[in-house]
Design a protein around this ligand. Structure first.
Ligand SMILES: [Zn+2]
Length: 261
């Protein structure tokens, strides 16, 4: 499951390739939209809301996509055939670029006016222009008994945290993933750190939280089960049995039992 910074960066690349240009081809390879054709319409905007991608097209039409588990967008020169055709779910192309969506978890076309139906439930967007830290804190505290890890993953509280940032954020703040969110002493600082982590990584590949880009040293706890905590030497734990968050990948939690209480 991608993190919000990945989706933000994807929206930026789609915007640079598509916005302000007229579509010369639209190829929906999902049954429901097999006959949908947006050729001849200009793309006006492409943006992210949390982990959702909205590409707006002239005439009040929005193409809503979500990467879910394995999806990705590639921007390529308009000439040439993209590889791995069987994984393609959507192609939006103009004279210069073709944006190719692979294995997208959601592809739907809706009136732009109906966007709130698909993103209206989201909490404040960590990388959005209208980011509202106070509102995110208020939503988190609305269910004070919820485990911190689960609460931060819930996109209705704040939008953009995936499992990597969930684990890393809680480590950096010394919070046990199962501590009730209402018992976090400085919740606004934790929320602020979430925003800073995503913001620092939004223009690069990877989700670096340790400050080093050296391969294998990017994270404190994520993906490090059985290895020693970089801070205290205790063995990092991993849990996928009791569950955090609604999606399968979100259930995997990594933490240091000594640093996080
Ligand atoms: Zn530790």
């Amino acid at each position: 499951m991608p993190e919000g910074d990945t989706v933000w960066h994807t929206a930026k690349r789609l915007r640079e390739a598509l916005a302000g240009r007229v579509l010369t081809r639209s190829d929906f390879r999902v049954p429901r939209y097999a006959t949908t054709d947006l050729t001849g319409r200009q793309v006006t905007e492409s943006l992210s809301r949390g982990k959702h991608l909205l590409t707006r097209v002239e005439g009040g039409v929005t193409v809503h996509t979500h990467l879910k588990m394995e999806g990705r967008w590639q921007v390529r020169p308009a000439t040439g055939r993209p590889p791995q055709a069987h994984q393609i779910r959507l192609v939006l192309a103009n004279d210069t670029w073709q944006a190719v969506g692979y294995l997208l978890g959601v592809v739907e076309v809706l009136p732009t006016a109906m966007e709130p139906d698909v993103v209206g439930h989201l909490g404040p967007d960590l990388l959005g222009p209208d980011w509202d830290a106070g509102e995110a804190v208020r939503r988190l505290l609305a269910s004070p008994q919820r485990p911190a890890g689960e609460a931060f993953l819930d996109q209705r509280n704040l939008a953009g945290v995936g499992n990597v940032y969930k684990c890393e954020l809680l480590f950096l703040r010394g919070i046990h993933p199962w501590r009730p969110v209402g018992e976090i002493r400085d919740l606004p600082a934790t929320v602020d750190l979430a925003r800073r982590l995503l913001d620092a990584n939004k223009d690069r590949a990877g989700h670096i939280t340790t400050g080093t880009q050296i391969r294998g040293q990017e994270h404190w706890v994520y993906g490090r089960a059985g290895r020693r905590c970089r801070r205290c030497g205790t063995v990092i734990l991993r849990d996928e049995g009791t569950g955090q968050g609604g999606d399968p990948e979100g259930r995997i939690t990594f933490w240091c039992p000594a640093c996080q209480r």
